[in-house]
Design a protein around this ligand. Sequence first.
Ligand SMILES: NC(=O)c1ccc[n+]([C@@H]2O[C@H](COP(=O)([O-])OP(=O)(O)OC[C@H]3O[C@@H](n4cnc5c(N)ncnc54)[C@H](O)[C@@H]3O)[C@@H](O)[C@H]2O)c1
Length: 268
Amino acid sequence: MARLSGKTALITGAARGIGQTIAELFALEGATVLVTDIRDDEGQSVAKTCADHTPDSRYFRLDVRNEHEWQSATETITKTFGRLDILVNNAGITGFEGGFVPHDPENTTLEDWRSVHAVNLDGVFLGCKYALRLMKSHGGSIINISSRSGIVGIPRAAAYASSKAAVRNHTKSVALYAAEMGYKIRCNSIHPAAILTPMWDAVLGEGEERERNLQEHSAEIPLRVFGQPRDVAYAAVYLASEESQYITGIELTIDGGILAGATAAPRR
Ligand SMILES: NC(=O)c1ccc[n+]([C@@H]2O[C@H](COP(=O)([O-])OP(=O)(O)OC[C@H]3O[C@@H](n4cnc5c(N)ncnc54)[C@H](O)[C@@H]3O)[C@@H](O)[C@H]2O)c1
């Protein structure tokens, strides 16, 4: 039997990258998937793929920064499906989408700092708030996609690191709040690193430069390769399913060993 059979799942930022793969794997595992993003065309096409497995899967636009959009998503879900079982707060930005601007602690503008937090942190706060309301009568699983950057400092991507650290911590507040209230809602964070998605395009460049950069970055990963979106999606299926029913408030790293320790070692 499929591992998410009969469940309804909403995934933010699901038009491409990790969110897309989570959406498609969830559908394959039997979940009806609400694919959401601000990239409408790509989102529609992901929803179509999901609907091949679970026909009620669909796309709708949801800008995670906007509370009104969360409210209308809640209304749509209540009217159409009557319940939500799984939320994956996946949408995220680095701050480098429009090109390289300073993101170090000394030179980041307040505007750039806030725009990264608006998506990565406000978006997760709002998602958790409305998921708690939608799930509290019957239970569910909230999965927040943080980052290894939420565990260590990143000097040249300080807003990204700060927002992801806040997501790590908020996950634990949500997990404990839900437990205290007697809701059967679990909340966990996933901390990926070096997963090859379009998010890396700005960093890696194109053509030969991309190949060179890929090799250089890979050499710094203990497993020596970039991860794939499915490496994160398999973990999300586990945290979304009943298989993880005794797990709440954890942080799961998926990083090829990067956070296991320093690779610097005495050489012969
Ligand atoms: N790729 C990695 O190596 C890596 C590492 C650590 C953490 N992550 C996290 O994983 C998540 C997915 O990253 P990805 O690599 O697939 O990135 P991606 O850029 O490929 O996809 C991100 C998606 O989020 C959407 N999005 C952006 N702003 C939005 C908004 N305001 N409302 C709704 N959707 C919005 C984008 O349109 C896009 O479809 C992010 O939270 C990211 O921080 C990725």
